[in-house]
Design a binder for this molecule. Structure first.
Ligand SMILES: [Zn+2]
Length: 426
């Protein structure tokens, strides 16, 4: 199975791609428009530098090779949401190419990243087709991957990792990301257009894997076609025949000159996948765990970096996992207390968290050495041969050390000292 994605993401700029209209959400249709984004004859686009800067930083974050000089083209087609009959986008001189998204165990190659404008919004209501141009001209990047995704799990990981990277470039990852999905279980690829949102993307893939699988099982071959996803029923159905690239008219955009990006996004931003990989290698920890903790949470990333000397890396990771489990933001002031308690091997329950949040002191039960020794003695007594074995190999008591350190909230090395002293007294 091969899956490839074309992901469309709105860039976080205050104004549109080719005019100075606002991109802010508004309820009043056609209130943020001008001759440029409506496509009046004679109007000329003026490129938004900030959009190019963010797009370039995304390209860098996705390990793309980035061109110093970019240009735009007109993709000519007729549709009501595009009265000027062409969309300004990029083709060969796009902002980035040949990049990758780094998963835990493989890389998903990126073919191309291009900057383009969003068309207007079509609203069908009471037998009418209405047009709202507020969206027209919103800056987008389209990220095109190679069909390197081979399982549903990889699809989830790809989307998760991509969203994490985009988040760190300032993109609003809670927006309804629009994706075209190509998926083939056999030779010919099937394309599913305009899937909105992550949940629908996964559902569309699941349905299509099952549908194509069933055809193959019956000895058939899934046909090359374009389909659409119906979110209500969770199914895909055949739609219009897809225009091939030759059927679109592509011409060079004469109103925008070749644009020099050399001085943009000079300080290449820190890339979460790279940070997670470096931390995992340095601390011999799990890449996925770290990425999941710092994804969408710059606070968690700062904490991991800030506390490195004071607390052990594992204690910070364990504490952040507790915060995540209870849905606590990592920047909340309970974190430091949780870190302290975790460092002392105190089990953080919902009760304990409640106490911390209400400012109550969390009682740390102190056990006397004799209490601890008594438990150790009982555990040793339950295995008559253990002391003999211990003389040859100290590791045989590791499970006792583990149990004691957990039960009494003491460090394993402290527990080991207690175990040894009890054995010596036997
Ligand atoms: Zn405008």
């Amino acid at each position: 199975m091969k899956i490839g994605l074309e992901v469309h993401v709105a860039l976080p700029t205050k104004t549109k791609l080719f005019c100075s209209d606002s991109t802010a959400e508004t309820k009043e249709p056609n209130s943020q428009i001008c001759p440029i984004c409506v496509g009046f004859p004679g109007s000329r686009p003026v490129l938004n530098k900030e959009a190019v800067r963010v797009a370039k930083s995304i390209a860098i974050a996705l390990n793309c090779s980035v061109k110093d000089k970019i240009s735009f083209i007109r993709k000519v087609y007729f549709y009501p949401d595009l009265p000027k009959s062409f969309q300004i986008t990029q083709l060969s001189e796009s902002i980035g190419s040949e990049g990758s998204i780094e998963l835990e165990k493989k890389k998903i190659r990126i073919r191309r990243i291009q900057i383009e404008e969003d068309p207007a919004q079509i609203i069908r209501e009471g037998g009418y087709t209405l047009l709202d141009f507020n969206r027209s001209g919103t800056p987008l990047v389209e990220i095109v991957t190679e069909p390197d995704i081979t399982t549903e799990e990889e699809l989830r990981e790809t989307v998760f990792t991509l969203r994490t990277i985009l988040h760190y470039q300032g993109v609003d990852v809670n927006q309804e990301i629009k994706t075209d999905l190509n998926i083939s279980l056999a030779e010919d690829r099937v394309e599913i257009k305009n899937v909105t949102g992550i949940k629908n993307l996964i559902a569309a893939a699941q349905y299509e894997i099952a549908r194509q699988g069933a055809i193959i099982e019956k000895g058939g071959v899934p046909e090359k076609e374009t389909r659409s996803f119906d979110a209500a029923s969770g199914t895909t159905k055949a739609s219009r025949k897809k225009e091939s690239e030759e059927e679109y008219g592509f011409i060079y955009e004469p109103d925008l000159t070749v644009y020099d990006t050399k001085n943009l996004a000079e300080n290449a931003m820190r890339i979460p996948t790279k940070i997670a990989r470096d931390l995992a290698v340095k601390h011999n920890a799990n890449y996925k765990t770290i990425l999941e903790l710092i994804a969408f949470d710059t606070g968690a990333l700062n904490l991991i970096s800030t506390f490195e000397d004071e607390f052990s890396f594992n204690t910070i990771i364990a504490s952040l996992e507790i915060m995540k489990r209870f849905g606590e933001p990592s920047n909340s002031n309970v974190f430091k207390e949780i870190l302290n308690l975790t460092d002392q091997k105190i089990d953080i329950t919902r009760e304990v968290l409640k106490k911390i949040k209400s400012g109550d002191k969390v009682e740390i039960k102190k056990f006397s050495e004799s209490q601890i020794d008594e438990t150790i003695r009982k555990m040793l007594n339950s295995d008559a041969t253990i002391v003999e074995k211990y003389k040859k190999n100290k590791n045989v008591v590791n499970f006792i050390i583990g149990t004691i350190s957990k039960k009494y909230g003491i460090q394993p090395r402290e527990a080991a000292v207690r175990v040894e002293s009890v054995i010596n007294k036997l």
